[in-house]
Design a protein around this ligand. Structure first.
Ligand code: ADP
Length: 832
């Protein structure tokens, strides 16, 4: 009984009771028995919706009651705020909750006053790298969806982060929540944790396959759902759930498909079904919801979503704006939206139970696999687990679709009778180790090769592998890479991070991205003059001839000076690294000490005439590097997901590539270097998206032109902002004069505006569109906002008084009130 939970803060057991949690679910009770509330580590491998969150809360709350501090690691950023909101209900019992998202390069000192902290594993990793002091006070850490250690991209971070946290505090309680997987025991062994494993669910789940005119369920029962000639299975199943059983209970459906486009087209079909089931009242509410959706953004996706929502259906995928996602999820939980067609992202995390789950597509295109690949059992089980709303449905139904009897039998074998796969560590891969080994050295967890291997021995990989040699081999290759690129250096047995290496680790960059950025900026500095001439329209041949003549005399002298300077720089660097015994050093100190790291090792030819300052300036107004050049540079790093080239794109971007050639920070690969050239073009496509964004092209135009969703634009913009911020830091640390250009390019990406709007767009509440309208009405700066005629401002803001007042207040105007201002008094030129 919940009343027996004496180790919780006062009032909490009663509050749980009031929430309707009168008794612990069996797996929860088992967890408490295993010592969950006494600080015991635990792996809970139980099905979706069986109350894992409460398991986490019990552990965290009792840990805090004992004077500790808890950390909850979420797998997706979108889930961080959702979890925080959930835990905030404990604030009235004296528990402070904080969420740490955003900016990687900070230690979030304010979090030290919080009792429960929510963050992604990437964020936690970066907090460790930035030496957050409160890390030492952690007594309990929860890893949500720990089976994601199996994920090639994100798994290693979670794995290494857990290993580091445990090393910082050997008594740390680790609570790992997992879907049912094949080898939960192995995960528990890795974490020295108790294991609670169960198939128990709060509501029965019937799994089946629809084929012909009926669903065959795993319990042997059948339900007739006939599909008329020319009809499709999924809409028929959605209609059937809405028809309900004898009681007039209408059931909602979740339809899982394999791509965004399919989610959108399926939603259109489902809307024709749901439309027939909505009442008059609902129609009104749905129309209102559709209007809210259109208000979020005026993109095609927004419009398409609003159109289906008006009819009681929706689609859900990672290309949606997060406001859209929340609106859709809430309305589905409120039973206003009757059907969502979704890509599998919905299955991970978000709590959207449904009467019926239809797994329409159980295969997905996989480039590495070279075709359609069946989904993992684990993934399909997680989708199916969304079926059944406790308290609303008698049971949940999860249905796969087959078009012939053989497929029906295969689906039963493959998914319904099958156990979920084992999770396997993906740590022993170079990209993962590249970043984690540098961080491990930089934040002082290990100082030698042996130390590193000993640290790695605490990972799941070590628990699982039967080839212990392999980790050592990959480690050697990676250390070599880091050394050659100047991120670490060896002094005998001892490995140290160079100042640049420290920065890269703290910036949370993949060292390969950092090397690419450094290379590119140095290359740009070296070719600055020649490229500026090309941009000004001079032919490369002419430029080259002149340059050679002019420089020949200078070169010898410059070279001598340069070598001298490099040498002092290197000495200094050595000195600093030696002093830097803690492994932590303020970046500003490094910058003022004249830059760090042996820049030449990171790229460029060691004895070249080098930086821009040694070459005679070419007089021009052109900034260099150009924004496009910088966008392209960060887009070709492994930290940016590039846009794919679609058919026809290769020609388009090849042409563009030659047109914009002088702007690139690096040599364009030959067209015969197939892969490299293709990558270059994908980066160019992504860079032009960013260029359109800062060129104030409408979001809807961008989504059309690149075939992406509004959420993707946000994603690219955020990543670019982060990478350009990192580039700015590297440039200033390496004394490259691109710093100003990089900062400018970053700011433009941040606000999505042209250079002349930067000042305005920085005012809270303005944004890219309003900035342009204000500018066109003659209100061009923050200062203008404080001084210009109010009626002019109001007219430019299309008469929105509240908005105008907020903006004026943010701009620091003394009396922002618009109460007696008449927009029609504005001069004619104030109405854009
Ligand atoms: P999971 O994280 O395992 O997918 P959740 O933690 O979201 O599942 O729990 C699903 C639902 O069950 C939540 O609405 C939660 O409030 C409810 N719940 C959890 N434990 C209990 C309990 N012991 N008694 C009643 N309801 C519970």
């Amino acid at each position: 009984r919940t009343a027996d939970l004496t180790s919780l803060p006062t009032g909490v057991p009663e509050a749980l009771h009031d929430e309707g949690i009168e008794e612990l679910y069996p797996p929860q009770a088992e967890a408490v028995e295993a010592g969950l509330t006494d600080g015991e580590s635990l792996v809970a491998a139980v099905p979706t919706a069986s109350g894992k969150t409460l398991v986490a809360e019990l552990a965290m709350l009792s840990s805090v009651a004992r004077g500790g501090k808890a950390l909850y690691i979420v797998p997706l950023r979108a889930l961080a705020s959702e979890k925080k909101a959930e835990f905030e209900r404990w604030e009235e019992y004296g528990i402070d909750v904080g969420v740490s998202t955003g900016n990687y390069e900070s230690s979030g000192e304010w979090l030290s006053s919080r009792d429960i902290i929510v963050a992604t594993s990437e964020k936690v990793d970066s907090l460790v790298r930035n030496n957050a002091a409160w890390m030492d006070q952690l007594s309990c850490v929860v890893a949500d969806e720990v089976h994601l250690v199996n994920d090639r991209n994100r798994g290693p971070t979670l794995e290494v982060t857990l290993a580091k946290l445990r090393r910082l505090n050997p008594d740390l309680q680790v609570v790992a929540l997992s879907a049912t997987v094949g080898n939960a025991g192995e995960v528990a062994e890795w974490l020295d944790a108790e294991l609670v494993q169960s198939d128990w669910r709060p509501i029965d789940l019937k799994m089946g396959v629809h084929y012909g005119n009926a669903i065959n369920f795993d319990d042997g029962s059948q339900r007739e759902v006939s599909v008329g000639r020319g009809e499709r299975q999924a809409p028929a199943l959605v209609a059937d759930a809405l028809d309900g059983d004898d009681d007039d209970d209408q059931g909602s459906s979740l339809v899982f498909v394999n791509s965004r486009r399919n989610a959108e087209s399926a939603a259109r079909r489902m809307a024709d079904v749901t439309e027939q089931y909505i009442t008059g009242d609902e129609r009104g509410e749905l129309a209102q919801l559709a209007a809210e959706i259109r208000d979020v953004s005026d993109t095609e996706t927004s419009e398409d979503l609003a159109n289906v929502v008006a009819k009681g259906a929706a689609f859900h995928h990672a290309g949606l704006a997060s406001e859209h996602r929340t609106l859709v999820e809430d309305a589905f939980r409120d039973r206003l939206i009757k059907c969502i067609s979704a890509t599998p992202t919905l299955a991970a995390g978000v709590n959207t139970p449904s009467r019926r789950v239809i797994v329409r597509d159980w295969q997905r295109y996989d480039g590495d696999y070279g075709g359609m690949k069946p989904l993992d059992v684990l993934e399909v089980h997680q989708m199916m687990g969304r079926a059944g709303r406790p308290g609303l449905d008698p049971y949940g139904e999860a249905v796969l679709l087959a078009s012939d009897a053989d497929t029906r039998d295969e689906l039963f074998e493959r998914y319904i009778w099958a156990e979920a796969e084992n999770v396997r560590s993906k740590l022993a891969a170079e990209p993962a180790l590249r970043t984690h080994l540098l961080a491990t050295v930089a934040s002082g967890f290990a100082h030698t090769r042996e130390g590193l291997l000993e640290f790695l021995d605490q990972t799941l990989y070590a628990t699982q592998t039967d080839d212990p040699e392999r980790l050592g081999q990959v480690t050697d290759r990676v250390l070599d890479y880091l050394d050659v690129n100047g991120f670490i250096e060896f002094e005998g047995e001892t490995i140290k991070a160079t100042p640049v290496g420290h920065t890269v680790s703290r910036l949370y960059l993949d060292p390969m991205s950092a090397a690419e950025i450094i290379d590119g900026l140095e290359w740009g500095a070296k070719h600055r003059s020649e490229k500026l001439r090309a941009l000004a329209g001079e032919t490369p041949e002419k430029t080259k001839r002149e340059k050679t003549k002019r420089e020949k005399t200078k070169r010898e002298k410059t070279k001598r000076e340069k070598t001298k300077r490099e040498k002092t720089k290197r000495e200094k660097t050595k000195q600093e690294t030696a002093d830097d015994s803690t492994g932590f050093q303020r970046a500003s100190e490094m910058v003022s000490a004249g830059g760090g790291g042996d820049g030449n090792n990171c790229g460029g030819d060691a004895d070249d005439s080098g930086n821009g300052d040694t070459v005679e300036e070419f007089e021009t107004d052109q900034t260099y590097p150009t924004p496009l050049g910088l966008y392209h540079l960060v887009c070709r790093t492994p930290d940016m997901y590039q846009l794919y080239l679609k058919s026809g794109d290769r020609e388009t971007y090849t042409e563009l590539c030659y047109e914009r050639e002088p702007e690139f920070l690096g040599r364009v690969p030959s067209e015969y270097e197939d892969v490299a050239f293709e990558d270059w073009l994908s980066a160019l496509k992504t860079a032009t998206l960013l260029e359109d964004w800062v060129g104030e092209v409408d979001e809807s135009r961008i989504t059309e032109r690149y075939g992406v969703g509004p959420g993707d634009i946000r994603g690219k913009v955020e990543t670019a902002e982060w990478l350009l911020g990192a580039a700015e830091r590297l440039a200033s640390e390496l004394d490259l004069d691109a710093v100003y250009a990089v900062r400018e390019a970053k700011k433009r990406v941040e606000y999505g505006v042209g250079e002349e709007l930067l000042d305005l767009a920085g005012v809270r509440g303005v944004g890219r569109k309003r900035a342009r309208r204000l500018f066109e009405a003659g209100v061009e700066t923050r200062a203008d906002l404080r001084e210009a005629d109010k009626s002019r401002i109001l007219a430019a803001l299309r008469g929105r008084r509240k908005t105008a007042e907020n903006i004026l207040e943010a701009a620091g105007r003394k009396n922002p009130s618009m109460d007696d201002i008449d927009e029609s008094d504005a001069p004619d030129d104030a109405v854009p």
